[in-house]
Design a protein around this ligand. Sequence first.
Ligand code: UDP
Length: 239
Amino acid sequence: MTSKPTFRRVLLKASGEALMGGQGFGIDVSVADRIAADIAEARAMGVEVGVVIGGGNIFRGVAVASKGGDRVTGDHMGMLATVINSLALRTSLVKLGIDAVVLSAIAMPEICESFSQRQATAYMNAGKVVIFAGGTGNPFFTTDSAAALRAAEIGADALFKGTQVDGIYSADPKTHPDAERFERITHDEVISRGLNVMDTAAIALARENNIPIIVYSIHEKGGFGEILRGNGRCTVVRD
Ligand code: UDP
């Protein structure tokens, strides 16, 4: 077992639902603290970490659209939810003594800094954990796409997708106990088999930029660090 990390810079995508813990809504601070501890471990190994958090624990745009409301307004609400989650994660990181900054795709200077690729890269080079809030800043996108986009912009070696399960399965393992679990799969196969990992736009963007996607369980304490050391349970998506 080696302790040398196999990646220099990574982008971690956590869904808003992950922050919810056992609650039906909102943020369980103990879960945010645990995810922050995993990030702190990665920093201690010398790995530079950018983070994108979803907003599904608070709001999703489709919730408005499905009830006859305006989708664009709903997506704005969803993007604001990602800012709330990003501030919560920053708070958890700061408690651990980690230098973390939130950069939002939607300007809100009283609350956090605005995203620019140059600033993000400068902060990452300086060793800060950069949390990318506000998704892509555009409606009709998801935070998965934002994660692939930011991963490409900061030159990440890998996009880590923290999910509810420990990798990619041929079907939902919770409802299909006999589902096949993949150790390794290509971006194209994920798309052609319609596997439910990230949305197609995100996978295509990662593929175009030769960014491997590492799917693992965000609920496994220390799992992020284990994978960074080259061990750990995950599915690797690469061509
Ligand atoms: N959203 C958006 N544009 C983006 C990213 C997110 O409009 O670039 C909105 C969209 O309404 C989405 C919500 O923000 O439903 C929360 O993001 P997401 O569903 O990706 O969160 P997750 O499922 O990861 O918690």
